[in-house]
Design a protein. Structure first.
Length: 160
């Protein structure tokens, strides 16, 4: 397991559509493990493979210590309803956060690392995280959907 380098806004790779995983190989399970190590090191909530330079439909989400790690291969939203509006940030867009409208509930179909199909459901913050990370797989960043974007950091919040 190893830390992978993050890609940042402005990197063309982040704007490309990821390819489906056709077979779960050792390189895919190593990618999942490395993504988790990278997510922990960066103190993030979710990470999509394009953020570490791999154009494959792979996402991980770890909301906090109380929630288990979600590993999603070839995820697809099969149901979404209601809406919520809230702040989002992204490891690939440091120093900014934005207000984004997302579904308040989503149902996602995916494969696990054993190649078994499963369904996961999320509401509230988990629904937001799922939508945010799945957007990365289609080359979409939260800043593309944000109605307001603010700088964060030492100087406090500043609308841009």
């Amino acid at each position: 397991m190893a830390l992978r380098s993050l890609r940042f806004d402005g990197d063309d790779l982040l704007r490309k559509k990821s390819r489906p995983v056709k077979e779960i190989t050792d390189s895919i399970t190593t990618l999942l493990d490395d993504m988790y190590d990278t997510l922990k090191a960066e103190n993030g909530v979710g990470l999509a493979a394009p953020q570490v330079g791999v154009l494959r439909r792979v996402v991980i989400i770890k909301l906090d210590d109380e929630h288990e790690l979600l590993e999603l291969i070839n995820p697809e939203i099969v149901e979404a309803r209601e809406t919520q509006e809230g702040l989002e940030a992204c490891l690939s867009v440091p120093g900014r956060q934005g207000t984004v409208e997302r579904p308040n509930f989503v149902k996602v179909k995916a494969l696990n690392r054993a190649g078994e199909e499963f369904i996961t459901e999320g509401d509230g913050y988990l629904a937001r995280a799922l939508c945010h990370e799945l957007d990365h797989l289609d080359g979409v960043l939260y800043i593309d959907r944000a109605t307001e974007i603010h700088r964060t950091g030492e100087n406090g919040d500043e609308k841009i």
